[in-house]
Write a protein that binds this ligand. Structure first.
Ligand code: VGL
Ligand code: ZN
Length: 198
């Protein structure tokens, strides 16, 4: 086994009507479902925050959503409350096929630190364990799709390259938040890191 599909954060809160809705986010669902049959291994990530998570603007007095603050690990965007553990918004989109998903990696559950990447928390050093799992499975190539292109997909793709995986991001099956040029900036970073942009 060498190739795996990584479905990133295809959750209600990132879809239209959700707490951190990505424009047209639900459009990725049929595309990702159709991709699954091409891969012997399918893995999903799930953003999974406690209500007191430090990435929520509501937990910083006076802070507006989409502003930034300095955390011990660097600059952090303060988000609307989203993907709270056990909430309807944290569930996978109802239309997402999950039957063939071998592993769900939950991330962002430490209240003190955000975790965009499927591999490391935002300190870029606390591992989720996904890298070891994929290596045990003999995976060398990863195809990624989901939400959002310029945050969790891009951070996951960049970390996967750092870890030595071949990485393809299927942009048709991703949608972006695109804050202040973040999509263009992260696309450039992915290209420079050797991510194949499909
Ligand atoms: C995400 C912002 C906050 C994502 C998760 O899935 O891209 N973005 N939490
Ligand atoms: Zn989050």
């Amino acid at each position: 086994m060498t190739a795996a599909l990584l479905m990133i954060d295809v959750q209600n809160d990132f879809c239209p009507g959700g707490a951190l809705a990505v424009a047209d986010g639900d459009a990725v669902v049929p595309l990702i479902n159709a991709m699954q049959g091409d891969f012997p291994l399918v893995v999903a990530t799930q953003d999974w925050h406690p209500a007191d998570h430090a990435s929520f603007a509501a937990n910083h007095a006076g802070a507006e959503p989409f502003s930034t603050t300095e955390m011990p690990y660097g600059t952090q965007v303060l988000w609307p409350v989203h993907c709270v553990q056990g909430s309807a918004g944290a569930r996978f989109h109802d239309g997402l096929a999950m039957d063939r998903t071998a592993l769900v990696v939950r991330k962002g559950y430490n209240p003190a630190i955000d975790s965009y990447s499927a591999f490391f928390e935002n300190d870029r050093e606390t591992p989720t364990g996904l890298s070891g799992y994929l290596r045990d499975k003999g995976v060398t190539a990863l195809t990624m799709a989901g939400l959002a292109t310029d945050f969790c997909v891009a951070y996951s793709a960049l970390d996967a390259r750092r870890l030595g995986f071949d990485v393809t991001v299927v942009r048709d099956a991703c949608r972006a938040i695109d804050m202040e040029g973040s999509l263009a900036a992260m696309t450039t970073q992915m290209r420079e890191a050797g991510v194949v942009l499909g």
